[in-house]
Design a protein around this ligand. Structure first.
Ligand code: GTP
Ligand code: MG
Length: 375
């Protein structure tokens, strides 16, 4: 498995490719290397220009966690921040207990590593499906995701829009499956079936330290079969593989999903090294050790190998679907207005002027219903 993953990491470096430190200066190197090459134009220097721009702008990633109360959502996010990528960004305080999450809350962390800046926002949600009647309990999550698309859309269609639209869209939703070892619950199926159409879902088996290796393998396989049987397409979705290379790399990931993870924000000393782990009477579980659990695979997928792709799919597939639906809805709304009372009138400068009766200043009707992106 180790070999498999290092292959994945090396060959599929969507984001890391642009963020890797490429040392040579393009002009300097280009001029020297190609001084005698009359046919050299210097197109390759664009890569260095893109790298510098990306370094200046930094990167943004918004991750949401969903699952039943106590499954370790907050802990896993802390693990992600404290793992090697981001250990610096969190003040260590071993005594601090993670409180129960009671509302949907976004927390942003600015991380910098090797000169590359990243704003990592975690959207933590309170226990999902904790009630006696859990019908429709996916709705607040769906609403939150749609609200972020709506905010982005309103900014995008504004005449005086910002140069860089603030992006609060959920790029990825980590769904925590309880480690029952049996099968998915109807609630899990319902959530993933609905939400996989609007956001990238990455399912994980929570608290995987409670399963034996056989139970874990069996559970993973059962879940994959159930996802397939229910037509649930989790990230990385087969239909969005761009070429044979993508397919090969993503097939390996699809064979491993859902990742069986263990979270911890406690540091221990093991063989002279500081590690994040869970100390038990039987030994210490090292969360970043792939011999112990699959947290490192999850972290690599989210940050090291597929971050850019996760964001691309959010923008070009999920948000796009929302945008098209909303604009179509608005058109239908305006067409149904009486012709002597147009909602949007053209101004002398060719820009549409909105009458007070029009729902939104930018000509897009206010949402008729919250679940407009629900399919
Ligand atoms: N055995 C085990 N325990 C864990 C793991 N992750 C977290 N825990 C423990 O589970 C308890 C609940 O963890 P939280 O991270 O608060 O869970 P949560 O999902 O955020 O819970 P809510 O905020 O109530 O929704 C804590 O005592 C954690 O130490 C894990 O991977 N394995
Ligand atoms: Mg929590």
């Amino acid at each position: 498995m180790e070999t498999l993953w290092s292959e994945v990491s090396v060959s599929h470096s969507n984001m890391s490719e642009s963020a890797k430190p490429h040392h040579p200066s393009p002009q300097g190197k280009g001029e020297k290397t190609h001084a005698s090459d009359f046919s050299y134009v210097g197109i390759d220097a664009i890569l260095e220009q893109m790298r510098r721009k990306a370094m200046k702008q930094g990167f943004e990633l918004n991750i949401m966690v969903v699952g039943q109360s106590g499954l370790g959502k907050s802990t896993l996010m802390n693990t992600l921040f404290k793992s090697k990528v981001s250990r610096k960004s969190v003040q260590p305080n071993p005594e601090e207990r993670i409180p129960k999450t009671i509302e949907i809350k976004s927390i942003s962390h600015d991380i910098e590593e090797k000169g590359v800046r990243m704003k990592l926002t975690v959207i933590d949600t309170p226990g999902f499906g904790d009630h006696i009647n859990n019908e429709n309990c996916w709705q607040p999550i769906m609403k939150f995701i749609n609200d972020q698309y709506e905010t982005y859309l309103q900014e995008e269609i504004n005449i005086n829009r910002k140069k860089r639209i603030p992006d609060s869209r959920v790029h990825c939703c980590i769904y925590f499956i309880p480690p029952t070892g049996h099968c998915l619950r109807p609630l899990d199926v319902e959530f993933m079936r609905r939400l996989s159409k609007v956001v990238n879902i990455v399912p994980v088996i929570a608290k995987a330290d409670t399963l034996t290796l056989e139970e874990r393998d069996f559970f993973k396989q059962t879940i994959r079969e159930e996802l397939r049987a229910n037509g649930i397409d989790v990230y990385p979705q087969k239909e969005f593989d761009e070429d044979a290379d993508d397919r090969m790399i993503n097939d390996k990931i699809r064979e491993m999903i859902p990742f069986a993870v263990v979270g911890s924000d406690q540091e221990y000393q093991v063989n002279g090294k500081r590690i994040l782990g869970r100390k038990t009477k039987w030994g210490t579980i090292e969360v970043e050790n792939i011999g112990h659990c699959e947290f490192a695979y999850l972290r690599d997928l989210l940050i090291r190998t597929h971050m850019q792709n996760i964001k691309d799919i959010t923008g070009s597939i999920h948000y796009e679907t929302y945008r098209v639906r909303r604009l179509n809805e608005s058109n239908a709304h305006f067409k149904s207005q009486p012709s002597d009372q147009p909602a949007v009138q053209p101004k002398a400068n060719g820009q549409p002027e909105v009458k007070p009766s029009a729902p939104q200043a930018n000509g897009v009707a206010a949402k008729h219903e919250v679940m407009s992106h629900e399919m």
